[in-house]
Design a protein around this ligand. Structure first.
Ligand code: ZN
Length: 305
């Protein structure tokens, strides 16, 4: 079994003169979720300055001309609008999510690195909640139409009583490394020349650490000796939580040449740190977009050289 902490000495600290890796989008929430208000419709109605994040069908959000999140006054929405309570902003104003489709909006995915961190996190929360409502209109057990409860945080089946709650699906992404080399892959369907860290969903009955080991083995055949948690990212496309790890091969053993799993990967290979830095610098390859945890892991590792 792999250890859940690396047995090796910590890699060199990040050189402070190098450019810091871009911040991870959607991870900068400042909203107070105020869950105690979800069951209190009287107090919810009385909250000050109620505004709503408008979410379109393709996970779009309403933005202002200046590229900030545009919150619509609830008073401007249809009187029968079904709102999901998200929480209270820093000034105590109530924030809701509203399924505004169809409307002309901007893609959250394209905006994730540009929005203010707190706004990006709020938008991800709204997109995740609205996306969940859209696919839970009917009971998963008996098929009856479900009813919205708890200010949009629960759907109950009036026929069989099944309660459904907003979903978050854990997924892992890991930068597999061996001293001064890391393992990157090109995936089917990804932009040409984009090299990424390995990733996959956590399966039922599995820990994230075990998923790292399994995915690395399934996708490349490379055995993992130790894993170490780094950071995480809410990823509302549609409902994932990306959990980021360093994954280490056994430094005592000969390095395994990766065998890419053909249905998922076009190519997988080890990169020397200096070679990778040079390839990125000279635009010979592209990394996952800034704001993604994949970009963060790779950029951080390269900066440690
Ligand atoms: Zn039911």
């Amino acid at each position: 079994m792999p250890h859940n902490r690396t047995p090796m000495a910590d890699p060199a600290p990040v050189d402070e003169h190098l450019e810091a890796p871009p911040a991870i989008a959607f991870a900068g929430a400042t909203l107070d979720r105020a869950a105690h208000l979800r069951d209190d419709s009287e107090r919810l109605r009385a909250l000050e300055n109620p505004r709503a994040v408008l979410v379109g069908t393709g996970q779009e959000i309403a933005v202002t001309g200046a590229g900030t999140l545009a919150l619509a006054p609830v008073a401007d929405l249809p009187s029968d609008a079904v709102l999901t309570f998200l929480g209270l902003d820093r000034s105590g104003g109530a924030v809701f999510a509203y399924d505004a489709a169809p409307a002309e909006l901007a893609s959250l995915r394209s905006l994730m690195a540009e929005l203010d961190p707190a706004e990006a996190a709020l938008a991800a929360y709204a997109v995740g909640m609205i996306g969940w409502h859209r696919v839970h209109r009917h009971c998963g057990r008996c098929g009856h139409a479900t009813k919205v409860e708890q200010a949009g945080h629960r759907r109950r089946c009036p026929n069989c009583g099944l309660m459904q709650f907003p979903r978050t699906d854990p997924a892992v992404t890991m930068l597999v490394q061996n001293r001064d080399q890391c393992l990157l892959s090109r995936r089917h369907g990804a932009p040409e020349n984009r090299w990424s860290a390995l990733a996959g969903f956590v399966e039922p009955g599995e820990t994230p650490e075990a998923a790292v080991v399994r995915e690395a083995c399934e996708e490349t055949g490379v055995p993992i000796h130790a894993v170490e948690y780094v950071t995480s990212q809410p990823w509302p496309f549609p409902a994932a939580l990306m959990i980021g790890f360093w994954a280490f091969v056994d430094p005592e053993r000969e390095t395994t040449a990766p065998t890419p799993e053909p249905s998922e990967l076009v190519e997988a290979r080890w990169w020397d740190r200096a070679e990778l830095a040079d390839a990125v610098e000279n635009d010979r390859i592209v990394l996952p977009p800034p704001g993604t945890i994949g970009n963060y892991l790779i950029s951080t590792w390269v900066a440690r050289g």
